[in-house]
Design a protein around this ligand. Sequence first.
Ligand SMILES: NC(=O)c1ccc[n+]([C@@H]2O[C@H](COP(=O)([O-])OP(=O)(O)OC[C@H]3O[C@@H](n4cnc5c(N)ncnc54)[C@H](O)[C@@H]3O)[C@@H](O)[C@H]2O)c1
Length: 269
Amino acid sequence: MQKVAVITGAASGIGRGLAERFAVEDMRIVIADIEEAPLAELEADLKANGATVLAVRTDVSNAAEVENLAARTLETFGAVHILCNNAGVVCSRPIWEHTLADWEWVLGVNLWGVIHGIRAFVPRMLTQGDACHIVNTASILGLVGGSGEGIYKVSKHGVVVLSETLADELAQKGADIQVHVLCPGWVRTGILDSVRNRPDTLQNTEMETLPRQETIGGSRNVRAEIEAGMSPAEVAERVYNAIQTGTFYIHTHPEHKAWIRERMARILE
Ligand SMILES: NC(=O)c1ccc[n+]([C@@H]2O[C@H](COP(=O)([O-])OP(=O)(O)OC[C@H]3O[C@@H](n4cnc5c(N)ncnc54)[C@H](O)[C@@H]3O)[C@@H](O)[C@H]2O)c1
């Protein structure tokens, strides 16, 4: 049976890499994104390569739109086997300077987007009864503390613990749904230009928009790290392998594990 994979934030970066990788496996692909032009471009590219594709313009921060994505998927293909809650945005400045609009935007996409995905798709997967996988995109920043990217880290820590809880509860229920949490390091994508998708209703009115802070801990140049980062295709390969092997935590950069150890040691001390 041809599997059905749903990917949010599919029009660019890691999401596009996942869509292309799953298409190689002859899956039917549902691509969702807030950005219409690159979504249409991906749809055309995948179809030109022979894939069966459904593109649904979706703002993942909106519960009704994610519900519509799930409904359209089931109406069109009759099933769902892989859900990648992948859409994400970032904005960065000292955490006390963030505006309410910053908090609402970043938590809305990165955390609520995953929550809406779980609420819309898990009940349908349970009813369907087939073997399913859910891949939630967190980040290495969902596993560490320190300065920089404050709201982003809050959102990604939320995605990690949400995924851990979901995995345990589904296992306790005996459901054939495996959960995976993707925690990439630097990947060559459009993430630092997230502001392109910031809605008009969540623009900053409380203060001038500050220049984007592009350092972590004041020492790293994140833009340079990302430009030199892993390719989305390589990340997608790791995700595909993790699905095959049933791996829960998907790491991309083993050297970043030292940051996790350091945080855990501080907690335990
Ligand atoms: N690039 C990295 O170094 C890196 C590292 C760790 C985690 N991540 C995570 O990977 C995921 C994918 O990001 P990426 O790096 O490929 O960046 P990207 O900007 O290339 O892709 C993100 C996609 O999400 C879409 N999107 C933004 N807001 C949306 C919304 N409200 N609804 C639906 N779609 C929306 C964008 O249009 C875009 O296509 C994100 O969750 C990000 O936090 C990225």
